[in-house]
Design a protein. Structure first.
Length: 214
């Protein structure tokens, strides 16, 4: 099985047991997943290791068990679990949610650029993540034919989303197309990643409304 299939269960376990043991995690997942095979233990380990690299988990359980295979949810990781931000650490789930919110209208070009932005974020390359997210926003605007003219208010409650997307584009590119080097940190990029799927949904809603009025 692919390790991505285990992430939702892993998040569920960590919400319930923030101080645990890698073997305990693997045992619980093995008991819950139909068709689990011996080799899947390595995939669970990889999923846990991803969260260690991303700062969601850290080695140790308490003062008597400070090292692997004991692990605990970090303060940052707990915030992500509590606030739903953990979705950004599940690329496949995040992409699926974006596709579902747009009823499949969003293109693969936007989704693949968005996936690259997530992967850069996971590796702590926040500036690159923001640049890629900016590129995804530009592609989205081009797809709904809004890139050549500034968004205007039409009374539609979702119209401001076009201004938000245009501002995101301008973080990494000037109006003339020149590349900018944006300032980026983990929290600011995470916040933009979390709202982007809903921005996609709202942007396609605006496009559909304008098409009906045309």
């Amino acid at each position: 099985m692919d390790k991505t299939l285990f992430r939702p269960l892993l998040f569920e376990i960590l919400r319930r047991t923030p101080q645990t043991h890698i073997h305990a995690i693997e045992t619980e997942i093995r008991q819950k997943v139909d068709g689990y095979e011996r080799g899947d233990a390595l995939h669970v380990q990889e999923a846990v290791w991803d969260l260690l690299l991303q700062g969601i988990l850290a080695p140790g359980k308490n003062s008597l068990n400070l090292h692997l295979p004991f692990v605990h949810v970090t303060e940052y990781g707990q915030t992500c679990l509590d606030e739903g931000a953990i979705v950004a650490y599940d690329p496949d789930g995040y992409i699926a949610r974006t596709r579902a919110l747009t009823n499949g209208a969003v293109s693969e070009a936007v989704l693949e650029t968005l996936r690259d932005a997530l992967l850069a974020f996971h590796r702590g390359v926040y500036r690159a993540s923001l640049v890629l997210l900016s590129r995804a926003a530009g592609e989205l605007l081009r797809e709904i034919r809004q890139v050549d003219r500034p968004p205007t208010s039409t009374g539609n409650a979702t119209e401001p989303v076009l201004s938000e997307l245009a501002s995101l584009v301008e973080l990494a590119h000037s109006t003339s197309g020149a590349i900018r080097v944006p300032i980026a940190d983990r929290d600011s990029v995470l916040g933009r990643l979390l709202v982007f799927p809903d921005q996609c949904r709202a942007a396609y809603s605006v496009a559909a409304d304008r098409s009906r009025r045309a």
